[in-house]
Design a protein around this ligand. Structure first.
Ligand code: 0RA
Length: 634
């Protein structure tokens, strides 16, 4: 092709595309509306969006393999062996269908809704959003015995759709370079992708996903033939299980395919993961609530029928202690609600799930009396523990451990009663607690000093955990309650900040506290209320200037810049004066603070089980593998 004809092509395109481009310009102006944010999660969302389209092909029965390659030049290539994005010319718009898919908002993937009865087409925004947010994108399609190719930049076609030659290959290959003008980081992380792809293959047995990181020279294949049964086993792999074979059922009713796999472990935590069309419904929804209702009723009915439960009934919490469950729904037109659009809203699903689960589970109990008895016995133990915990709590109340306000005497509360601007500092040690009390802004910052290490809740049953003095204090001060009684509206502070020494002990205390929050108040982490303070590691002095340094890299940068400095290492919070503590760690204007978030709940669950549980070799291996990084990457 000559230079001239290339130029003609471009002009022709920009002219025609104006209307379409307005849509994608909107995506570039307000990317967060489409992908949540423009940091790490938003960046990874780009890959999920393309992969979800390939998963759609798999759900429709046309695709068995997806390759994802992180290329050395920072781009990503996603290849599938599906039907290939259609290339026929649109009768009205007179451009190839693939170009519409890539340049028109919401046209990604699903042209014909009927043929896509079930669609994972995820967050639903389509590949055009990925195109809009990439500085360059190349699509290659094998279809109709030919290989097609087209190139785009920031959503605009740079070439026409070209035939590259004959080819019997079928499928779609998309390579994109995320735009640095949009994203604060363009570095993809293997670990984040790995978790999501493992999840996708568990939810779509028979589908193979190959993740290849050319930069790190790392490659992994994800494939499951056992589906969600294997998923549950995988989650429970570092736990002692109550029954070796997970309970499993799959039923179809009213166009909805519902699948569940359940396995109890000897622990005390509840782990229910819900998926709808392979989307992780982190915020739950009607499928999860229908499941819970049925589970509570079936276990109550069974226990009563067998004379195991004489008076009273099990609460929901009682039958979910030590429960790991995956619920996977495939359904047309799911409605997603909630802050992160990950809560299933379709109200008809609650009753449908309830009846499917009730029937399948009662049948299972009749056919497997030994397992049914084990589960019921566990529920009896946990209901006994709940009653004992209530008695213990009443006792603690009466024992004057609390002041008139009902709050522990150790708390230095803030004076503001508003919960939208206040902060609670959980401080390691009484002496650092004392400095923090002096340093703080009394109006908005409350201090709760902790006496050394709190109980490891991973290894204790809930009565022991909740009646330990330090844990009980934290719960009372935060105000929300735990478990079934958890109520976010009762949260007494906007931020809960964990402040520990920057050493091994401090790291351990932080992990113990995070384990507690993850197991008993997970909503607080999900809602973005939990933070870790970042006290400086060093003070560097040069002449009359002091610099507070938060990492070794930062120290190196400083010495590279200003030459030799006099460095003091802070061994703990207690070594700082209250002024220093205020300036470096507590003053909202100058401090550094890290929001704790759960990248992946399944992964976080396993990490906590392992870090805090009994499997010592697994823990040792994890710590060795992660020694250079932060202890917990959540
Ligand atoms: C629209 C219609 C058809 C397939 C696709 C889109 C499709 C999109 C993507 C995105 C990545 N991989 C993909 N694979 C397929 C159906 C085409 C037909 O009927 O042959």
């Amino acid at each position: 092709m000559t230079e001239e004809s290339k130029k003609d092509e471009k002009e022709e395109y920009t002219g025609k595309q104006i209307q379409i481009m307005e849509g994608l310009e909107g995506v570039r102006r307000r990317p967060s509306m489409y992908i949540g944010n423009t940091s790490k999660e938003g960046l990874h969302h780009l890959i999920y969006e393309v992969v979800d389209n390939s998963v759609d092909e798999a759900l429709s029965g046309y695709c068995t393999k997806i390759d994802v390659t992180l290329n050395k030049d920072g781009s990503v290539t996603i290849t599938d062996n599906g039907r290939g994005i259609p290339v026929d010319i649109h009768p009205i718009k007179k451009i190839p269908a693939v170009e519409i898919a890539l340049t028109k908002l919401h046209a990604g993937g699903k042209f014909d809704k009927k043929s896509y009865l079930i669609s994972g087409g995820l967050h639903g925004v389509g590949v055009s959003v990925v195109n809009a947010l990439s500085k360059k994108l190349i699509v290659e399609i094998g279809r109709e015995g030919k290989m097609f190719e087209q190139e785009y930049s920031r959503g605009k076609p740079m070439t026409k759709l070209k035939v590259m030659g004959k080819s019997e290959q079928r499928g779609t290959k998309i390579t994109f370079w995320p735009d640095e003008e949009i994203f604060s980081t363009v570095e993809f992380e293997y670990k984040i992708l790995e978790n999501r792809f493992r999840e996708i293959t568990f939810l779509n047995p028979g589908l193979k996903i190959i993740l290849n990181d050319e930069k790190k020279g790392k490659k992994e294949e994800f494939f499951s033939s056992g589906g969600i049964i294997e998923f549950v086993k995988w989650i429970n792999k570092s736990k002692e299980v109550l029954h070796t074979k997970p309970i499993y059922f799959k039923k179809e009713s009213k166009g909805v395919i519902a699948e569940a796999s359940i396995q109890y472990n000897q622990g005390y935590q509840e782990n229910i993961f819900g998926f709808v069309n392979t989307i992780n419904t982190v915020e739950g929804g009607t499928h999860v609530s229908g499941f819970k209702i049925a589970l509570t009723r079936v276990i109550n009915d069974y226990a009563k029928k067998k004379g195991l439960l004489k008076n009273g009934s099990f609460y929901g919490d009682d039958v979910r202690e030590g429960l790991t469950a995956i619920i996977s729904l495939k359904m047309p037109n799911p409605q997603f609600e909630g802050q992160t659009k990950t809560k299933l809203g379709n109200s008809e699903i609650r009753g449908l799930m309830d009846s499917i689960v009730s029937q399948a589970l009662s049948e299972f109990f009749e056919e497997n009396p030994a397992i049914a008895r084990k589960i019921t016995t566990k529920a009896i133990e946990s209901s006994k523990a709940r009653l004992a915990a209530k008695r213990a709590k009443d006792l603690v109340r009466r024992k004057n451990a609390f002041s008139l306000s009902g709050l522990p005497g150790k708390l230095a509360d803030c004076s503001s009663k508003k919960s939208d601007n206040t902060e609670l500092y959980l401080v390691e040690g009484e002496s650092a607690g004392g400095s923090a009390k002096m340093a703080r802004n009394k109006e908005t910052q409350a201090i709760l000093p902790l006496r050394g290490k709190i109980l490891n809740v991973e290894k204790s049953n809930p009565i022991k955990a909740l009646s330990s003095e330090e844990v009980a204090n934290i719960i009372t001060v935060i105000g929300t309650g735990v478990g079934d009684q958890f109520d976010l509206n009762k949260l007494r502070y906007k931020k809960v900040v964990i402040m520990t020494d920057a050493d091994v002990d401090g790291e351990h205390i932080k992990t113990l506290l995070l384990t507690f929050f993850f197991r008993y108040m997970r909503e607080l982490i999900e809602n973005g209320n939990i933070y870790a303070a970042m006290p400086p590691l060093y003070r560097a002095r040069k002449g009359k200037s002091d610099y507070y340094i938060y990492s070794d890299e930062e120290l190196k940068k400083l010495t590279d810049k200003i030459g030799s400095v006099n460095v003091t290492r802070f061994k703990g919070l207690g070594e700082m004066s209250s002024n220093q503590l205020w300036e470096t760690t507590m003053n909202p204007k100058t401090r550094k603070i890290k929001k704790i978030f759960i990248e992946d709940a399944v992964d976080a669950d396993q990490t906590f089980s392992m870090l805090m549980g009994d499997d010592v070799p697994a823990r040792r291996q994890f710590i060795q593998e992660n020694a250079k990084e932060a202890i917990l990457d959540i």
